[in-house]
Unconditional design. Structure first.
Length: 317
C-alpha cells in the first residue's frame, strides 16, 4: 500500500453540506441540529473508502477562521453583495436561525467531533484553509505522498513532484504529469499567474478588461517564466489589447493579485508552526468505543455499520 497524508479542504466539506437543504431537518433526540456534521462525516467516509488502496498515516482537516489577512492587501477581497449578505443573515423558518448562525454552530461542532475519529483539525485566525494546506505541503512527512483534497482551483498551484490534488467532486487526480492535459496550462507556477490575470474568484478583478481565460491561457503558456520582464517581453511582441500588459496600472493590479492568489509566500507565526509540527508527530489513532458513542449521541444510525464492521478504520491503525 502507498503511504500518504491527506490534507482536506474542510471549508469545501462544510459548504457542500450547508447547501444540501435536506440536511436542514437533521436533529438528534435532544433536538440539536446535526445536518452539516452529518454531511461532513458522510463525505469523509466516502473519501476514506476512495483511499482504501493507500496507507493513510495522517488526515488533516483544514479550516478558514476569521477575516482573512488578505483584506489588508485589498479591502474588496471576498466582498459579498447585499443580496449575498441577506442570504447569509436572513432567518430561515426551517432552521429557526440564519444560515450564517447555523454554519457557525455546526462548524464548531465539527471541530469538536472530528478528533474523536483521529482526524487532526487545523485553523488559525485570519488565515484560510488553503494557506494551511500550503504550509503543510512544505513539511517533510518522511517520504509519504501528500494528497490535497479540494475542488478549489487555487489549490492547483500547490501540485509538485511530491504533491497531488484529488478533486473530490470529479473524483480525479491532478498530478504534475497530467497537469497540462487537465488544466491546459503547462505548470503550477504558470497556473498561479493565470489565476492572477483572470481574477473572477473571491471578488478579485481581472487585470485587463476583455482579456479572458482563453487569451490568458495562451499568454502564460508562451512565457519564458513568470517574472515581469518576461511578461513585458511578451507584451512588446503583441498587438491590440494584449499590449495593455505594458501599462504600469496593469502591473500594479497584477502584483496585488499575485499577493492574493499565491499561497507559497504565506508566513505563519512560530507558535503555530510549532503546534502543527507537534500534532503531526502524534501517531494517527482513534477509539472505536468513543466513535460509537459519538455516532449514537447524534443518531447517525447509518454510520454504525461502517464503524462496527471496521470497514475503513483498520487502514489507519
Amino acid at each position: 500500500m502507498k503511504p500518504a497524508v491527506l490534507l482536506v479542504d474542510g471549508d469545501m466539506f462544510l459548504h457542500r453540506s450547508l447547501h444540501i437543504k435536506s440536511l436542514y431537518n437533521f436533529t438528534n433526540s435532544s433536538g440539536e441540529r446535526t445536518g452539516i456534521l452529518y454531511g461532513v462525516l458522510n463525505s469523509l467516509f466516502k473519501l476514506l473508502d476512495t483511499f482504501q488502496g493507500y496507507e493513510v498515516t495522517n488526515i488533516c482537516f483544514l479550516l478558514t477562521t476569521g477575516k482573512s489577512f488578505r483584506l489588508s492587501i485589498d479591502e474588496n477581497y471576498k466582498f459579498k453583495s447585499q443580496k449575498d449578505q441577506t442570504t447569509w443573515t436572513e432567518v430561515l423558518p426551517e432552521l429557526g436561525m440564519s444560515r450564517g448562525e447555523y454554519y457557525k454552530r455546526q462548524k464548531e461542532l465539527v471541530k469538536t467531533i472530528l478528533p474523536t475519529f483521529g482526524i487532526k483539525v487545523f485553523w488559525r485566525p485570519s488565515f484560510e484553509a488553503d494557506d494551511i494546506a500550503a504550509f503543510l505541503s512544505k513539511l517533510d512527512f518522511q517520504g509519504k505522498r501528500k494528497i490535497l483534497i479540494s475542488d478549489d482551483y487555487d489549490w492547483c498551484h500547490l501540485v509538485s513532484p511530491e504533491i497531488d490534488l484529488f478533486r473530490f467532486t470529479k473524483e480525479d487526480f491532478i498530478t504534475l504529469e497530467n497537469f497540462e492535459e487537465i488544466l491546459g496550462i503547462k505548470s503550477p507556477e504558470l497556473h498561479c499567474l493565470y489565476l492572477s490575470i483572470i481574477g473572477g474568484h473571491d471578488n478579485i478583478p481581472g487585470v485587463l478588461r476583455g482579456f479572458g481565460e482563453v487569451s490568458a491561457r495562451k499568454m502564460v503558456n508562451s512565457l519564458k517564466d513568470t517574472t515581469l520582464p518576461s511578461i513585458l517581453e511578451w507584451a512588446e511582441q503583441q498587438s491590440g489589447k494584449a499590449r495593455g500588459f505594458l501599462e504600469e496600472e496593469v502591473h500594479k493590479r497584477l502584483e496585488m493579485n499575485l499577493k492574493l492568489v499565491n499561497l507559497h509566500g504565506v508566513q505563519f507565526d512560530t507558535e503555530f508552526r510549532r503546534d502543527i509540527k507537534s500534532q503531526l508527530l502524534e501517531k494517527y489513532s482513534y477509539n472505536t468505543e468513543e466513535m460509537m458513542k459519538t455516532i449514537r449521541k447524534y443518531d447517525f444510525k447509518s454510520f454504525v455499520k461502517i464503524i462496527d464492521t471496521a470497514k475503513l478504520f483498520p487502514l489507519f491503525s
